[in-house]
Ligand binder design. Structure first.
Ligand code: 5GP
Length: 190
């Protein structure tokens, strides 16, 4: 990897992993698949802030179907380590939509341990929706600690710490158009 490809974000170096073009192509495909699967179902997309904002914006614009979009906010990452606890910052109680009998699509940036999604799916189920599925931009199967399997996944990746396309390190790096991995992770076999 040429030194010029490395980005310094705070105290860590990151290198390119998935390009802007790869993200664009794959997210477009996923949007088309969702549009087919949810035709005439008027799904409600529940996008998890902050990390999913870029993915959600691209995904929803690739979905040629009638749908609604709302946002939830939780926090479980401190710098680059999952704290294991999610903090409800903008929860289901704040939604304007009634979830009963709705087809829900939870839109996540990344499923890592699965803790956030696991808690959220339990909470959402209690509102008696017609269905719930997860659409995640990235999925780290080897980091998973809960019995969940997201149905819609743009990319499965190794257990690397990644940034870009909405994902951050210490709230930096969200603006990057592609996905970057931490250069230290890159050197370890994960
Ligand atoms: P989980 O609850 O599945 O362990 O983690 C979910 C949240 O942790 C994600 O929504 C994301 O905000 C954060 N997260 C997990 N892995 C990464 C990663 O590799 N990079 C970044 N930037 N955030 C991550």
């Amino acid at each position: 990897m040429k030194p010029s490809n490395r980005l310094l974000i705070q105290d860590k170096y990151f290198v390119p992993y998935l390009s802007e073009h790869q993200m664009y192509q794959r997210v477009k495909e996923l949007g088309k698949q969702l549009a087919t699967d949810y035709k005439d179902k008027k799904p409600l997309l529940l996008c998890i802030l902050n990390g999913s904002f870029v993915f959600a914006a691209d995904l929803v614009r690739s979905m040629d179907t009638v749908c609604q979009v709302s946002f939830l906010k939780y926090s479980s990452y401190v710098k680059d380590q999952s704290s294991g606890k999610t903090k409800d910052l903008l929860g289901i109680q704040g939604l304007n939509e009634d979830l009963k009998d709705r087809h829900l699509i939870v839109v996540e940036d990344i499923v890592d341990t699965g803790n956030t999604i696991n808690q959220l799916l339990k909470e959402l189920s209690s509102h008696q929706p017609a269905s719930i599925e997860v659409a995640t931009c990235l999925f780290k199967p080897s980091a998973l600690k809960f019995d969940i399997s997201p149905k819609y996944v743009a990319f499965s990746i190794p257990n690397y710490f990644v940034i870009g396309y909405g994902l951050d390190y210490d709230n930096y790096g969200r603006h990057l158009a592609g996905i970057y991995i931490c250069d230290e992770d890159n050197k370890n076999d994960k």
